[in-house]
Design a protein. Structure first.
Ligand code: AHR
Length: 366
């Protein structure tokens, strides 16, 4: 793809988006249409050409990935590698930034140097992006953001990801309904947050806290486990020592932290899950997480869908065909539980079904 054409398309896309008055992530409604199937839903304008590489040109994509901290991340990387494969006409330049923001900025600058056709960024942190995105814009390289949000710049073509605040609100609304159904009067929650500064952490923390404040629950402590199993285990070990007998809910902001927290609670002799003293809540709902929901170790798991790549490809096709992609595309997500005692919850005034995990559901998950 020729640089000048891409640059022109990028400017047109950004201008059209601004003129259309697309809202920011904060303004985006929780019930914004979820991306169920790629293709037509993403584009306005453009013709019907198939893969952008159909012309025979190889499309070079630079992808600055957060790291390899979780099962979710592995699924996200695989999704991009599968879609942007050589067989599909792509040359994917992949950088694992190992959760280091400086490395991620370097990676993006490296892609500019390499003169790639498109840049995909999954931002480790939500801020500090405007300068490097301006450099991308000046170089005429369209940027597509996936998963986590960039909150201090809009110099990207599209963002494809999850509403993290809605995930946090859903965890809170589920806990409220579950506690009522079980006759639990008091909630004393320990939160194991994700990586500091990540929009996934910020949104889930805000959402859960909003319900906790409304219901008068106590959040006993809230510390970062960095979205890793080791981090979850370390924080939970110290929680068990500091707050023995003083908590009845643990909220882990991803599955890997929950795995670590379970190990630490086992070590400390604390029982958890549907037959235990502590209600365990998690986010992501990757295969291993759902296995623990089915076994009753995790009470509820709020999905964060990592399969963004097909939607990113649609954005690229739209740009290549001269169309204007949607500024924001929300992934479709489900809420998973072990017990069949509640069929749905209300989140932001919307009724959302709860899915009891079965072997078939686990087999179909990433
Ligand atoms: O940004 C998405 C979050 O990052 C996922 O919840 C977590 O598993 C990952 O590491």
């Amino acid at each position: 793809m020729k640089r000048k054409l891409i640059g022109l398309l990028l400017c047109v896309a950004m201008t059209a988006t601004l003129l259309a008055g697309c809202g920011s992530k904060e303004e985006a409604p929780a019930d914004a249409p979820a991306a169920e199937a790629p293709a037509e839903t993403l584009a306005e304008g453009g013709d019907d050409a198939d893969a952008p590489a159909a012309s025979g040109d190889v499309i070079t994509i630079g992808f600055a990935q957060v790291g390899h901290e979780s099962d979710w991340r592995t699924a996200s990387t695989k999704s991009c590698q599968d879609v942007f494969s050589e067989a599909n006409g792509y040359d994917l330049q992949f950088v694992d930034c190992d959760n280091d923001s400086a490395v991620q900025l370097e990676a993006v600058r490296g892609f500019i140097e390499q003169d790639v056709d498109y840049i995909i960024i999954d931002p480790i942190v939500a801020t500090g992006w405007d300068t490097v995105l301006t450099e991308c814009e000046d170089a005429g390289i369209p940027v597509i953001v996936i998963d986590r949000t960039i909150d201090d710049s809009d110099k990207y073509v599209s963002w494809v990801g999850s509403n993290f605040k809605t995930e946090g609100l859903a965890a809170g609304e589920w806990l409220k309904a579950y506690a009522e159904a079980k006759g639990i009067k008091e909630i004393n929650a320990l939160v194991i947050e994700g990586s500091t500064g990540a929009s996934a952490t910020i949104g889930r923390t805000e959402g859960f806290k909003e319900i906790a404040d409304r219901e008068g629950w106590t959040i006993v402590d809230s510390q970062s486990g960095d979205f890793t199993q080791d981090g979850g285990a370390e924080v939970m070990e110290s929680y068990c020592k500091s707050y023995e007998g003083k908590f009845n809910v643990v909220v882990c902001q991803n599955d890997n932290e929950a795995f670590g927290a379970m190990d630490a609670m086992k070590q400390a002799g604390v029982s958890y899950g549907v037959n235990g003293d502590v209600i365990l809540i998690s986010f992501d709902a990757c295969t291993a997480g759902l296995e623990f929901v089915k076994s009753g170790d995790i009470n509820a798991d709020f999905e964060c869908n990592p399969l963004a790549a097909p939607f990113v490809e649609e954005v690229i096709k739209t740009l290549a065909n001269g169309g204007t992609p949607e500024k924001e595309v929300y992934m479709e997500e489900h809420w998973f539980v072990n017990e069949d005692i509640l069929s749905s919850i209300e989140v932001n005034g919307e009724t959302q079904n709860l899915t009891v995990v079965t072997d078939d559901i686990i087999a179909a998950q990433y």
